[in-house]
Design a protein around this ligand. Structure first.
Ligand code: ATP
Length: 366
C-alpha cells in the first residue's frame, strides 16, 4: 500500500484542517495509508508518535475548523542537513515516500530542498548503516506536493491561498464593529492588519469596508508627501458628510524609500488634523474563527488533487504546487511559484514597485 504523509507548517491558517481531512480521506479512497506529520517538520525529524497514521474518523468534522489540529511549528532542525537526514530516516523506516506539505513559501522551499537532496540523504544513511540497500532501492524517489496555507495570500501562481478569505472576512467583521463606534463618536481609527510583504489583506479589507485610505507594501507613497495626501483625502470625505475616518495599514506598509509607515505614524497625522483618533491592531484574531465556505471548498478540492498528483507523479515530474487560477484547480511548478514569490520581496527591497506588482499576478493592484 502506498504511504503518504501530510503536514501543516509555518504560520497557521483557517482551512488547514480541511486540507488535512481532504488528503486523509482522498488517500484512503485511493487505497493509500495517510500519515499525519505532527508539529510541521518536527514530526518528520523526531518521528515516533509525531508521525502516525490517521483514519477516516480521525478527521471527522474538520472542514470548518480554524488553525491546524495536527499542529504547526517553525522547525530549525529541518534547516540543517542533519535534521533532514533524520527526517529521511523516519520516512523510509515508516515506508513513506510521498509528502504533502501545506504551508507558506518557507515550508515549500524546505520541501523542495528535501526532494533535491533525497537520494544523497539515503546514501548517507546507508553509509552510516542505518538503512539497508533494499530500502534505498525501494524508496529511491521522493514525491513532494505543495498546498499553500497562508492568510496573507502572498504566493505567486495562485489566485488564493488557503485561509486568506477567512482572514479577510475576520478583518471585515472587526472593521464593521469599529465603524459603528467610530461613527457614533465621529472618531478616526487606524486599523493595522497582517501582511509583512503582501498587502492583499489590507487592500481587500479597505475595499470591502470602504476605508478612507489604505497603506500596503507594494504601492508605497512618496516620502513625507503621504501625510499631506492623507489629510486631503480624509478632510474631503469629512466635508462630504462622513462622520468617521478609517485607515487600514498593512504591518509591512512602507514609503518609497522603504521607511516603515507604522500605525502610530498614521495616527499622528490624523491627530494633527484634529481628529479624535484610536488605533486597533487586529493581531491574531485575523487567524481565528472558522474557515469561510471558500476556504473549505479550496482546501478540499486542492487536498484531493494533491493526492491525485502524488499518484500520477513520475520521478521526472517537477514537484507541483496546487493552486487555483481563474476558478480552476491547477498544478504549478512549485519551484517557480516559490521563486516568483521571493522575487516580489526582492523587487520591493530594490524599490522596483512596478515589478513587484506585475509579479503578484494581481491585476487589481495596477
Ligand atoms: P508563513 O508564510 O506563515 O511564514 P512559511 O512556510 O513561509 O509560512 P517559515 O517559517 O518560513 O514559514 O517556514 C516554516 C518551516 O519550514 C521552517 O521552520 C523550517 O522547518 C522549514 N523551512 C523553511 N525554509 C527552509 C529552508 N530553506 N530549508 C529547509 N527548511 C525550511
Amino acid at each position: 500500500k502506498k504511504k503518504i504523509a501530510v503536514m501543516t507548517s509555518g504560520g497557521d491558517s483557517q482551512g488547514m484542517c480541511a486540507a488535512v481531512r481532504a488528503v486523509v480521506r482522498a488517500g484512503i479512497f485511493y487505497e493509500c495509508d495517510v500519515f499525519a506529520c505532527f508539529e510541521g517538520y518536527s514530526g518528520l525529524v523526531k518521528g515516533g508518535n509525531l508521525l502516525r497514521k490517521l483514519g477516516w474518523e480521525d478527521v471527522r468534522g474538520w472542514t470548518s475548523l480554524g488553525g491546524t489540529l495536527i499542529g504547526t511549528a517553525r522547525c530549525m532542525e529541518f534547516k540543517e542537513r542533519s535534521g533532514r537526514l533524520s527526517a529521511a530516516y523516519n520516512m523510509v523506516t515508516n515506508g513513506i515516500d510521498a509528502l504533502i506539505v501545506c504551508g507558506g513559501d518557507g515550508s515549500l522551499t524546505g520541501a523542495d530542498l528535501f526532494r533535491s537532496e533525497w537520494p544523497s540523504l539515503l546514501e548517507e544513511l546507508y553509509e552510516q548503516q542505518k538503512l539497508a540497500k533494499f530500502q534505498i532501492e525501494k524508496y529511491k524517489t521522493l514525491k513532494i506536493v505543495g498546498l499553500v496555507g497562508s492568510i496573507d495570500n502572498d504566493m505567486a501562481c495562485t489566485d488564493a491561498t488557503i485561509g486568506a478569505y477567512s482572514s479577510l472576512e475576520r478583518i471585515c467583521e472587526m472593521v464593521d464593529y469599529i465603524d459603528a463606534t467610530a461613527e457614533s463618536h465621529s472618531r478616526a481609527f487606524v486599523v493595522e492588519v497582517m501582511g509583512r510583504h503582501c498587502g492583499w489583506l489590507g487592500l481587500m479589507a479597505g475595499i470591502a469596508t470602504g476605508a478612507d485610505a489604505i497603506f500596503i507594501p507594494e504601492r508605497p507613497p512618496e516620502v513625507g508627501k503621504w501625510k499631506d495626501d492623507l489629510k486631503t483625502v480624509c478632510k474631503r470625505h469629512r466635508e462630504k458628510g462622513r462622520r468617521k475616518t478609517v485607515v487600514i495599514v498593512s504591518e509591512g506598509a512602507i514609503d518609497r524609500e522603504l521607511n516603515a509607515i507604522t500605525s502610530d505614524a498614521v495616527k499622528d497625522v490624523l491627530v494633527e488634523m484634529g481628529l479624535d483618533t484610536r488605533t486597533t491592531i487586529l493581531g491574531h484574531v485575523q487567524r481565528g474563527g472558522t474557515a469561510v465556505a471558500f476556504d473549505r471548498m479550496l482546501a478540499t478540492l486542492q487536498g484531493v488533487d494533491a493526492v491525485k498528483a502524488v499518484l500520477e507523479m513520475t520521478p521526472d515530474t517537477p514537484s507541483p504546487m496546487i493552486g487555483i487560477l481563474e476558478s480552476k484547480i491547477v498544478r504549478q511548478p512549485l519551484v517557480r511559484a516559490v521563486e516568483l514569490t521571493k522575487s516580489v520581496a526582492t523587487a520591493i527591497a530594490n524599490k522596483d514597485f512596478d515589478k513587484a506588482i506585475s509579479l503578484r499576478d494581481s491585476t487589481f493592484l495596477e
